[in-house]
Design a protein around this ligand. Structure first.
Ligand SMILES: Cc1cc2nc3c(=O)[nH]c(=O)nc-3n(C[C@H](O)[C@H](O)[C@H](O)COP(=O)(O)O)c2cc1C
Length: 321
């Protein structure tokens, strides 16, 4: 028995699970491991660094013969970065946080599918009108950047708004219960980030993975301070969910003061990132950290989440009299 959805049918998957394209964390090794396990692995193209892209995309392509893809942060993407990514022949491109339309012709010309990740119903309608093949409804529980709507009401609202375009759920899904719930909401699968950050194959720093293992959902906060200190001009609606640490406790709510102190704070922050000091450096992570107790191989995560979802769906059917 297996779970069959439009997602699994479209990409020849064994499980309705997509690895979120986490910038700097979801490299080629992790993406290929998820794809080889029967999910859909997406490399986190992030801000589009060409050297990083070349290394990780070539790893992904060489390590799996199954469907895989790459994601970009749309407002920061460039035609050059996309062209570089497409030269590695991914099966799918995910665009998140901005207008996907400028990039659609190149994606289509490469014979690639387009997944758009959105944070509200209006952007879901816009992605549908633009021609997205799948739309990810990303709730605010998600780790990393996102919006304000909660996953539970957002997913069915977007399912209704863009039908018949298939929808995936993201934000707060880290085990089979979350995947089963996503399917019950009308999604065709789940896009999962934080759970895979704590996979053995992820490029996340061991110290960051350890913090995720120890954290609870209440330790996570949506904030702008890590973008301010890194000099990224993220557009208005988006904030990033990260684990609280000393740096966050000092600056969250004092964004203006941080912006005025960048000459001193930015170099110290970049040094902390380089040295893996996470009392200062950020660990992007979602509310589902409660459900993550150990670093595990990606294949085990994929098969366990899927098997548990199957079990939950059967148990749910038993509720019917
Ligand atoms: C470490 C980290 C980095 C992320 N980077 C990106 C990114 O570069 N592009 C993107 O579209 N989403 C990014 N996200 C968000 C994911 O695409 C996804 O929506 C989220 O991880 C889902 O929620 P979850 O973390 O609760 O599973 C990131 C998430 C995390 C945890």
């Amino acid at each position: 028995m297996a779970i069959r959805t439009m997602l699994t049918e479209s990409f020849g998957l064994d499980h309705p699970i997509v690895l979120a394209p986490m910038a700097t964390v979801a490299g080629g090794h992790l993406a290929a491991a998820v794809s080889e396990a029967g999910g859909l692995g997406l490399v986190g193209g992030g801000y589009g660094d060409p050297a990083w892209l070349r290394r990780e995309l070539s790893l992904a392509r060489s390590r799996t013969a199954r469907a895989w893809g790459v994601g970009f942060i749309t407002w920061h993407a460039s035609h050059d970065a996309l062209a570089l990514a497409l030269s590695f022949e991914p099966h799918v491109v995910l665009l998140s946080f901005g207008d996907p339309r400028p990039y659609l012709p190149a994606i289509r010309a490469a014979g690639c599918r387009l997944i758009c990740q959105v944070q509200d119903v209006d952007d879901a309608r816009a992605a549908a009108a633009a021609g997205a093949d799948f739309i990810v409804a990303q709730g605010a529980e998600a780790g990393g950047h996102g919006g304000e709507r909660a996953t539970l009401p957002l997913v069915p609202a977007i399912v209704d708004a863009v039908a018949p375009i298939p929808v995936l759920a993201a934000g707060g899904i880290a085990d089979g219960r979350g995947l089963a719930a996503a399917l019950a909401l009308g999604a065709e699968g789940a896009l999962i980030g934080t759970r895979f950050y704590a996979a053995e194959e992820s490029l996340g720093h061991p110290g960051a993975k350890e913090r995720i293992e120890r954290a609870v959902g209440g330790d996570t906060v949506r904030t702008r301070i890590f973008d301010i200190v890194r000099g990224y001009r993220w557009p208005g609606p988006y904030t990033g969910r990260a684990l609280r640490n000393r740096f966050l406790d000092r600056w969250h709510g004092r964004e203006g003061a941080l912006a005025e102190r960048l000459d001193a704070e930015a170099p110290a922050f970049h040094a902390a990132v380089a040295e893996g000091r996470f009392d200062t450096a950020m660990v992007w992570a979602g509310e589902a950290v409660d459900l993550i107790a150990a670093v595990q191989p990606a294949a085990g995560i994929v098969t366990r989440v899927s098997a548990e979802a199957e079990h939950r769906l059967r148990a749910a059917a038993d509720l019917l009299v």
